[in-house]
Design a protein around this ligand. Sequence first.
Ligand code: NAD
Length: 484
Amino acid sequence: MASELRIPVTVAEGDGIGPEITAATRRIVDAAGAAIAWVPITVGNAAYLQGETSGVPEAAWQAIRVHRVMLKGPVLTPQGGGYKSVNVTLRKSLGLFANVRETRALAPYVPTRHPGMDVVIVRENEEDLYAGIEHRQTAEVFQSLKLISRPGTERIVRYAFAYARAYGRSKVTCMTKDNIMKLTDGTFHRVFDEVAVEYPEITAEHMIVDIGAAKLADTPEDFDVVVTLNLYGDVLSDVTAQIAGSVGLGGSANVGESVAMFEAIHGTAPDIAGRGIANPSGMLMAATQMLVHVGQPEVAERIANAWLRTLEDGVHTGDVYRAGTSRERVGTESFADAVIERLGEMPRQLTPVHYREADLQVHLSPPVPVTKVLRGVDVFVDWSEGDRAPAVIGDRLAAVATAAGWTLKMITNRGVRVYPDGFPETHCTDHWRCRLFPTDAAPARFAQVLELLAAVDGAGLEVIKTEHLYDFDGEPGYSLAQGE
Ligand code: NAD
């Protein structure tokens, strides 16, 4: 049974159908015996209308920070006028590092080609290419920095395993592209292998994301929990929601170290707002995730099983109603009544859910000290003289480097070695990465790097950026070029 202590949860009803589905959800959660004290707050359109461009007024911020758990209805983001998305604001400001999206097939009540699928995508939410650090470096070349941190990775991977344990799931699949990105994606894979050892009851597997995505789209019933980096997770969570056919019925969680926010996947459905016909299921499923998060898995389980039973009994809102499989077309409130009537009952055809008490708080390992030695430098040069013959820039730079006490190891163009010994077939842009090491092979000093750059600049070559080549505990902290 739920603890006697009532846990305060901020609740924002949102816009459009938000107030209707929030009221229905709250009623079901209360009827199920949740030990929750609702703390209503306002975000979204009402806040925008008061001139709050973030959509989150000060009073709401305070309540969210104090109570740390939020159930949120969908909100609209007004077009133009400098308004910011409430979701992006909350995610970034509160450090909500994990995005968790559950997609479960509900066949035959919701048509899908994958009746057995029940997949959760746990997506890292803060790092990767979404840091949005981009530069144009030459006339032809643009870059976006992919930043992956070890603690950021450990947090999301630990959360995925803790989630699997709490929700009675048996497998976690990690998807990366570490055959290509050995340092960034390689770190994600390594940390996954390390953490997996602490969860012997859960099967851990790794797939390269391309074949993993293909298998997920083809045989989603073979997957359980998937943990992955931000960009891959963004794509994969849309794929799974789409093929489950139940975007309107799924919940999602955005979890941070101190705050967690739960919401439906769908939006404000302005076309049906105010008519009392919206399906509250997405928000209800978000509420069950919220209940597991606050340590009331038995209440979440009661609700989820009663909800499955309601769908099985053919009591459906208009979006799910199909002549043949449905028995009764109901509105939002009647659907909530039907779920409440079935509290304590189990589904007979759909698989019942079973949630466990588990610690979803992520505890990170302490930082491990490393020895870092500067070995060399990659100097990036913008050069497009003549017909861009690599030997021309290579010989010129090699001479400058030698005079400055450095040795030019090689030059690559878009990662392919073109000097020395490149292939004439390689297409060269105006962007040259030149790898240099001190000639005496001793650890480099930053002052030496500056002297080298001054010499390169003095020789009329345009330096656009540098990357230091460090060894960490004797291991190179940089990728080797193709052919190096
Ligand atoms: P939507 O999800 O609101 O609606 C898409 C379709 O699904 C509509 O036909 C709608 O009637 C139907 N639908 C959605 N939820 C339903 C429910 N619970 N019951 C029955 N039918 C439902 O998507 P949209 O139309 O692209 O977006 C509308 C607004 O919602 C936009 O302003 C968008 O910015 C916002 N939005 C907010 C969130 C959020 O707050 N998390 C997410 C997505 C979209």
